[in-house]
Design a binder for this molecule. Structure first.
Ligand code: GDP
Length: 534
C-alpha cells in the first residue's frame, strides 16, 4: 500500500498524496525562513532567499505595502504549491497580525492541518496562542516545529510543558535536541532512530543522517560527546515515561501534537518536519456542507471560496478568488455552477501559485487551491459545483469589534466611496454598513490597524482620500427572524438599523444594554454576532 493512502483507502492516489496546510506562528519565530526552506527542499526555488526577495519587491510597489512592511505584518495571503517526494504540498499563507484574525480564520477553513512554529527561546507567544485557538475551533491537526535551536534556548521539557499547559494539547517528541546554543549538535530522530547532525558551515546543506540501532548503539558515541550523550539518554528515558507516544488518531483529532526541533535558517530539522507532514499530516478531508457533506474522492468537482483578493495588479481592477477544491478532478476550461446565483461559470484561466510565480492551472485535485480571476461574481463562502445545489458551511463572518464612520474627503465622491467600500466588504477586509438614517457609512473591523490599512488602500487603489471618524456605535449584530418580524423591528428601531453589503439587516448597538433590551422586548427576533457567508 502506498504510504499516502493511510486512513482513507478509497482516495484516488492523486488526492491521497496531497497535503494542504498553513503555518501559524508569532512574528519573528521563523515562518518566512521555514517557508523558504520548504520551497527549497520542494525544488520550487533554487536558492533560499527568493521568497523574501520577491516579498520585498512586491512590497515596495506601494505605500500600503510599505506600511505593511513597516509594521512587519503580512496582509495578503496566498497559496503555494510544491512537490516533496511523492507528495504535493499546498502551503496556504496566513496573515500574521492579530488584527486580521477573521481573515486568518477563514484561511484555516481551507487547510487540513497546521504547522505551529515556535521560537525555542521564547516558547508559546501571544499570537501563537490566538492562532492555535482558531485551529482548535476546527480541531485541526497540528504539527509543531521548535525553531532556533542553534541559539540559547529553553530546556526541552520546559518548552513541552509550556505547550501542554498553555494550549491544552498533549505533546509527543518526534525528535530530541542534543546540546543547546553553541553546543547544539543536532537531533535524535525518535520516530526513525537516526542521528541528524547539523552542519553549521553550510546553511543550505541537509544534515548528515546516521542510522542508529537504538540508544545503546556504540555509533552514537562516535558522534556525540560523552556528556551530551549521557544527558540525551536521561532525557529520552524521562520523556518516554512522562510523555505520550505518537498516536495518529489523537493527532488527527487535534488533541496531540508531535514536535520537531530544528533551526530553519540552518536548514536543520526541516526535512524531518516535511517527512512528518507527508507521513502523518492528513490527506484532504471531508468537507461539511448543506444539505450533505462532500467527500474528496467524489468524481465531481466542487470547491469553495475562502478568500478574495482584490487589486493584486493595480492596473487591472480584477480580483482573484481563492478556491479550495473539496472534491474531484478539475481541468482548465471546465464549466462549474456558481451555486449562489445558479449561473454557470467557465473557469478558463485559473491560476496556481507555484513558488516561482503564478501559472495557469491545467488541472487540480481535491485539496488543491486555485485562484480564479473574476470581476466580483465570486465572494467569500461561495460554492462551485458541477451542478448540484450544495453549499459549503462553516465559513463565518464575525461581528466587528470596532466601528467608525467614514466619509470621502470630497463629498462629490460619495458614490465612488460606496463602490470602494463594497469591494472591500466583499473581499472580507471590513464590514460595511449603510445606516437607514443619514448619509455616509459605518465601517466595522476587528482591529484598529485595519482602519489605517483601509484608508490607505482606498486612497491608493481608488484615488480617494477618506476620513474615519468616531461613531456613536460600538458593535453590530445581524438580525434574524421571519421577514415580517424583521420589518416591524427595523421600522421601530430606525436609528439603530443598517444594511450590510449583502443587504442583510443589521442592528447597530452602543451598549450591551441595547442588545438586552431587544432580547427582552422582541422575542421573535434574534441578534447574532456571526453570520455564515453564502
Ligand atoms: P517570521 O516573522 O516568523 O516570518 O520570521 P523570519 O523567518 O523572518 O525570521 C525572523 C528572524 O529570525 C530572521 O532574522 C531570521 O534570520 C531569524 N531566524 C530564522 N530561523 C532561525 C534559526 O533557526 N536560527 C536563528 N538563529 N535565527 C533564525
Amino acid at each position: 500500500m502506498s504510504q499516502t493512502a493511510r486512513n482513507r483507502p478509497d482516495l484516488p492516489p492523486e488526492i491521497a498524496r496531497r497535503r494542504t496546510f498553513a503555518i501559524i506562528s508569532h512574528p519573528d519565530a521563523g515562518k518566512t525562513t521555514l517557508t523558504e526552506k520548504f520551497l527549497l527542499f520542494g525544488g520550487a526555488i533554487q536558492m533560499a532567499g527568493q521568497v523574501r526577495a520577491k516579498g520585498e519587491a512586491r512590497r515596495t510597489r506601494s505605500d500600503f505595502m510599505a506600511m505593511e512592511k513597516d509594521r512587519g505584518i503580512s496582509v495578503s495571503a496566498s497559496a503555494m504549491s510544491f512537490d516533496f517526494k511523492e507528495f504535493r504540498f499546498n502551503l496556504v499563507d496566513t496573515p500574521g497580525h492579530s488584527d486580521f484574525s477573521e481573515d486568518t480564520y477563514r484561511t484555516l477553513t481551507a487547510v487540513d492541518a497546521a504547522v505551529m512554529v515556535i521560537d525555542g527561546a521564547k516558547g508559546v507567544e501571544s499570537q501563537t496562542q490566538k492562532l492555535f485557538e482558531v485551529c482548535r475551533m476546527r480541531d485541526l491537526p497540528i504539527l509543531t516545529f521548535c525553531n532556533k535551536m542553534d541559539r540559547e534556548s529553553r530546556d526541552v521539557f520546559e518548552i513541552i510543558d509550556e505547550i501542554q499547559e498553555n494550549l491544552a494539547i498533549d505533546v509527543t517528541p518526534a525528535s530530541w535536541p542534543i546540546g543547546v546554543g553553541r553546543d547544539f549538535l543536532g537531533c535524535y530522530d525518535i520516530l526513525r532512530d537516526r542521528l541528524e547532525l547539523m552542519d553549521r558551515a553550510d546553511r543550505n546543506r541537509v544534515a548528515e543522517s546516521v542510522e542508529i540501532n537504538g540508544l545503546d548503539d556504540p555509533k552514537l558515541a562516535e558522534h556525540v560527546p560523552a556528556q551530551l550523550l549521557e544527558k540525551l539518554r536521561e532525557d529520552l528515558e524521562m520523556a518516554r515515561e512522562l510523555l505520550p507516544s505518537l498516536d495518529m488518531a489523537a493527532m488527527h483529532e487535534g488533541s496531540l501534537t508531535p514536535i520537531w526541533f530544528g533551526s530553519a535558517i540552518n536548514s536543520f530539522g526541516v526535512k524531518e518536519l516535511m517527512d512528518g507532514i507527508a507521513n502523518y499530516g492528513p490527506e484532504p478531508q471531508i468537507q461539511s456542507a448543506e444539505p450533505r457533506q462532500i467527500l474528496p474522492e467524489e468524481p465531481k468537482v466542487s470547491g469553495f471560496v475562502f478568500k478574495v483578493q482584490a487589486n493584486m495588479d493595480p492596473k487591472h481592477r480584477d480580483r482573484v478568488a481563492f478556491l479550495r477544491l473539496a472534491s474531484g478532478h478539475f481541468t482548465r476550461g471546465m464549466k462549474l455552477t456558481h451555486v449562489r446565483s445558479k449561473k454557470p461559470m467557465a473557469i478558463t484561466n485559473p491560476v496556481m501559485f507555484l513558488a516561482s510565480d503564478r501559472e495557469l492551472a491545467e488541472e487540480a485535485w481535491a485539496g488543491d487551491i486555485i485562484g480564479i480571476p473574476n470581476h466580483g461574481q465570486l465572494r467569500i463562502g461561495d460554492t462551485l459545483t458541477e451542478g448540484e445545489a450544495i453549499r459549503v458551511t462553516g465559513i463565518p463572518s464575525f461581528a466587528p469589534e470596532l466601528l467608525q464612520g467614514v466619509r470621502a474627503g470630497d463629498p462629490m465622491k460619495a458614490k465612488h466611496l460606496e463602490k470602494a467600500l463594497m469591494q472591500f466588504a466583499e473581499e472580507g477586509a471590513a464590514k460595511v454598513f449603510k445606516p437607514s438614517i443619514g448619509s455616509g457609512f459605518v465601517v466595522g473591523v476587528v482591529g484598529q490597524l485595519q482602519f489605517e490599512v483601509l484608508a490607505s488602500r482606498i486612497e491608493l487603489e481608488y484615488g480617494l482620500p477618506v476620513r474615519f471618524e468616531a461613531s456613536q456605535f460600538t458593535s453590530a449584530r445581524w438580525v434574524k427572524g421571519d421577514r415580517q418580524a424583521i420589518d416591524k423591528f427595523a421600522e421601530s428601531n430606525k436609528q439603530h438599523i443598517a444594511h450590510d453589503h449583502d443587504g442583510d439587516v443589521v442592528y447597530l448597538t452602543r451598549l450591551q444594554w441595547d442588545i438586552d433590551r431587544v432580547d427582552r422586548d422582541y422575542p421573535d427576533i434574534t441578534l447574532t454576532a456571526t453570520k455564515e457567508m453564502m
